[in-house]
Structure formats: structure tokens, C-alpha cells
Design a protein around this ligand. Structure first.
Ligand SMILES: Cc1ncc(COP(=O)(O)O)c(C=O)c1O
Ligand code: FES
Length: 465
């Protein structure tokens, strides 16, 4: 009886929402408690198990008892202010923004252009450089395939890294089938690319370097400024997948010499199925569009815009700027607390760079515990052991493997995602739960017993198979 459920605070699905954000030090309004009955919970009763999280104005009884949500890299809860904005487009503002002959079209178009500016402002871009898409997956496909196909007569080579998101890697693989050459750069132990190696891999026929900004599994921030400089010096376009970075770390496309950027709305408390691609105008980046049609979005992405989603995305971007300082301080503080609370246990380690990282994503390994068993033991907390799209396969993370983690370590790692609506009480609860359940599982482990007896596991000759 220690499940805690919550969702975004101060929610008013249909009314105007006001969040008191004055005073960055004030704790956020907690969400309601409810009780879960996860099976393993009976075996591992936590200390001080009754967690009271106060009252909420929102009735989410519709969804039953739910775990604490710490999977912010998979997606974020919609900010209620975003929903308020979107509702205008499902009711009054239903005009097609591309209808130029009447006011229904004009009024919607005006709102779309406002949203475009909010998004451009986050990254120091011109609104004309923002192309709306269905999300970062589409933007990654559009950038990588688009540039490669446009310049294919003279350039056949692309450089990327081994730790990119699957949608980028799969786009690159598809290009390989079409005769392009792809270099998949390894990363250092801290998850960062080696700049010298990157520069050495650039060839005369390289058209694009694609390196993600923040890694979705381990939260490390790649050295974007240095990569941008190298690319500009060699006159190669630089694309970055900023799905996990946009609105969360400072990004200026001009300062960083970024030519293309993939952005996702649902990682910043906006609607799902929505995103954008930043495409530089000067010097101009040319793309072969993936979707052809009426020529919307500068001819790069045809189709009538999903206006409620565009407006919601715009509002989420506006809020990302407005709340930036507060969110950053708040998330960093909770992250530090969670990290201290977990890493104080022996045989735990934080994966990826300790210094170049986004604090809202912590990836921690628990030696002598199997990751999937730990996830099962933590059913009252929604977590992931890797990226959402591969977690179903139970395969260990290719990202952790690229960092040189051995199989055991890769299998025993968990990602903790903290966001705008995470509460301090939830973090306290999670620290307690992790400590107890890890200890419980280790006590069941013969390896742990051997370690306790002082046996060096490396000295053991395991029977092969
Ligand atoms: C780094 C990265 N790139 C791309 C994506 C895909 O984004 P979307 O869901 O908007 O297509 C994600 C989301 O999982 C991501 O984390
Ligand atoms: S097979 Fe590589 S981690 Fe298990």
C-alpha cells in the first residue's frame, strides 16, 4: 500500500490554468496519493510506507491507481496551459491556415505564425527557418535523408554516432541501402564524441554530420559548439537531434553553427505527434522533401498543418522560455537529491559524463541486480531501462554498450527522468523504495553473497556455454 499516483499539477482541463511560479524555492503543489497493490510490494514493505501527497483539484480517478511517473525522456505530461491553448482550435478556430481567401484562414494562420515564433525564439532562429513536422522522428528522417538525397550527385558520405536515437540510425541504414557511406563514430567512456576522430572522419564527399544534443538514455550533452565549428570550417552541414535538449539546455543555432535541428513537442509538455525541423536559410540548406504535395512549409513538408497541435507546441515552447530558470533550478535540485540518495548505496554508478549532462536524466547501474527484476520490483514507479522504443525487446542498451559497459552492467541500469511536475515527496519516496528493493534483490543474489564474503568475482572461472 505504497503506490503514489500523480500527474501534472494545478490542472484544470477546461478552465484557465494559473500556476504560481513566484519564488523559485517554493515547493510545487503535490498531487494526490493513491494506493497500489503491486505484487512484489508485499514482499518488500518500504519504511514509512504511507506517503501522503496532499490534495489535488484534478480528478484522475478515471485512470485508476498509477505509479509515480519518472519516465520524462519517453514523454512528459501535457502542461494544462498547453491544453487550454489547444482547445481554442478544436472549437472556434477551425479554419485552415492555408485558406487565404477568408478570415477563418487568416485568423488561424496568425496563430500558427505566433507559435512558429515561440519555437524559433527558443533556439535563436528566424521563424521562417522552422518547418512543422509530426515529431523528431520525422525531422530526423527529413534532415538525414533530405540532405543526402539532395546532394547525392557530388556527396555520398554522412557521419553520425553509435549512440543516436534509433530513428536516426535507421534513417542512416536506409541510406546505406541506397549506396551512401555512413561513419558511425564510437563514443568515449563518458558517452561524448571524440572531436579529433570526428574531424578526421570528414571527407571531401561528406555532406552531413549528425550528432544528437542530449542523449535520451544517459542525458549527456555533446560538445555542440566544437562540433559546429569543425563542420563550418569544413563546409559540412551540421544536424543535431535536439528532441531531449530543446527548451531544456541553452541552444543558439547561430552560436553553435547548427544547420538543421530536430525538435519534439511532447518532450516539453506539449502534444504528441508534433514537432519541428529547424532548417537554416543562410547559408541555405537544401533538402529533398520526404512528403510532397501542396507545397506547405516552404515546400519541405506538404500537408495541412495540425493546427491544435501546432498551437499547443507553440505554447509549450513559450512556457519553456518563461519557466526556463525555474525549471532548471527545480529539476537540478531534485536530480541532485535523487542522485545522492541512490549513489550513497554501494556498488552503484552514474553512467555517462558527470559534468556535461542534462540533470533531468539520470542513468544509474546497480551491480548484482538484474535491471528487469528491479523494474518489476519497482512497479509503483514508472521507469525505463532504456529508450522507450526498445524497452519492450528486453535487449540491453546499445548506448551503454557503446560506452564500454559490460553486459551485466548494461542489464542492471535504470533511467530516471525528472520533470517540471515531479514533486520532492515523490523523489523522497523513490529514494527509499530503491534502497529497500535493491537491498532485497541483492540478498537473493548468489553473486552478492560471494561479494559479501570477499570473493573476487573476476577470479572465478564460469562454466562456458
Ligand atoms: C533523442 C530522440 N530523438 C528522437 C525522438 C523521437 O521523437 P518523436 O517522438 O517526437 O518522434 C526521441 C523520443 O523518443 C528522442 O529521445
Ligand atoms: S547481450 Fe549484451 S548485454 Fe546481454
Amino acid at each position: 500500500m505504497f503506490g503514489v499516483r500523480r500527474s501534472c499539477n494545478k490542472a484544470s482541463a477546461f478552465g484557465k490554468v494559473v500556476r504560481n511560479i513566484s519564488g523559485a524555492s517554493s515547493a510545487r503543489t503535490p498531487m494526490p496519493t493513491s494506493v497500489s497493490n503491486a505484487s512484489l510490494n508485499d514482499a518488500v514493505p518500504p519504511k514509512g510506507s504511507a506517503v501522503s501527497l496532499g490534495n489535488s483539484k484534478r480528478d484522475d480517478s478515471l485512470y485508476g491507481t498509477r505509479p509515480i511517473y519518472l519516465d520524462m525522456q519517453a514523454t512528459t505530461p501535457t502542461d494544462p496551459r498547453v491544453l487550454d491553448k489547444m482547445l481554442e482550435f478544436y472549437t472556434g478556430l477551425y479554419g485552415n491556415p492555408h485558406s487565404s481567401t477568408h478570415s477563418y484562414g487568416w485568423e488561424t494562420e496568425k496563430e500558427i505564425e505566433k507559435a512558429r515564433k515561440y519555437i524559433a525564439d527558443v533556439i535563436g532562429a528566424d521563424p521562417k527557418e522552422i518547418v512543422f513536422t509530426s515529431g523528431a522522428t520525422e525531422s530526423n528522417n527529413m534532415s538525414v535523408k533530405g540532405v543526402a538525397r539532395f546532394y547525392k550527385k557530388t556527396k555520398k558520405h554522412i557521419i553520425t554516432t553509435q549512440t543516436e536515437h534509433k530513428c536516426l540510425l535507421e534513417s542512416a541504414r536506409r541510406l546505406q541501402d541506397d549506396g551512401f557511406d555512413i561513419t558511425y563514430l564510437p563514443v568515449n567512456e563518458d558517452g561524448l564524441v571524440n572531436l579529433e576522430q570526428l574531424e578526421k572522419s570528414i571527407r571531401k564527399d561528406t555532406c552531413l554530420v549528425s550528432v544528437m544534443a542530449v542523449n535520451n538514455e544517459i542525458g549527456v550533452i555533446q560538445p555542440l559548439e566544437e562540433i559546429g565549428r569543425i563542420c563550418r570550417n569544413h563546409k559540412v552541414f551540421f544536424h543535431t537531434d535536439a528532441a531531449q535538449a530543446f527548451g531544456k539546455i541553452p541552444l543558439d543555432v547561430n552560436k553553435l553553427n547548427i544547420d538543421l535541428m530536430s525538435i519534439s513537442s511532447h518532450k516539453i509538455y506539449g502534444p504528441k505527434g508534433m514537432g519541428a525541423c529547424y532548417v537554416r536559410r543562410r547559408p541555405r540548406v537544401r533538402l529533398d522533401p520526404i512528403i510532397s504535395g501542396g507545397g506547405q512549409e516552404r515546400g519541405l513538408r506538404s500537408g495541412t498543418l495540425a493546427t491544435p497541435l501546432v498551437a499547443g507546441f507553440g505554447e509549450a515552447a513559450r512556457l519553456a522560455v518563461q519557466e526556463y530558470e525555474y525549471d532548471t533550478k527545480y529539476i537540478s535540485r531534485l536530480s541532485q537529491k535523487l542522485m545522492n540518495g541512490i549513489l550513497s548505496m554501494e556498488h552503484t554508478q552514474l553512467n555517462g559524463s558527470k559534468t556535461s549532462r542534462y540533470p533531468g536524466c539520470l542513468n544509474i547501474s546497480f551491480a548484482y541486480v538484474e535491471g528487469e527484476s528491479l523494474l518489476m520490483a519497482l512497479k509503483d514507479i514508472a521507469l525505463s531501462s532504456g529508450s522507450a522504443c526498445t524497452s519492450a525487446s528486453l535487449e540491453p542498451s546499445y548506448v551503454l554498450h557503446a560506452l564500454g559497459a559490460d553486459d551485466a552492467l548494461a542489464h542492471s541500469s535504470i533511467r530516471f527522468g525528472i520533470g517540471r511536475f515531479t514533486t520532492e515527496q515523490e523523489i523522497d519516496y523513490v529514494i527509499d523504495a530503491i534502497n529497500q528493493r535493491v537491498q532485497f534483490l541483492r540478498e537473493l543474489s548468489p553473486l552478492w553473497e560471494m561479494v559479501q564474503e570477499g570473493i573476487d568475482l573476476n577470479s572465478i572461472e564460469w562454466s562456458g556455454h
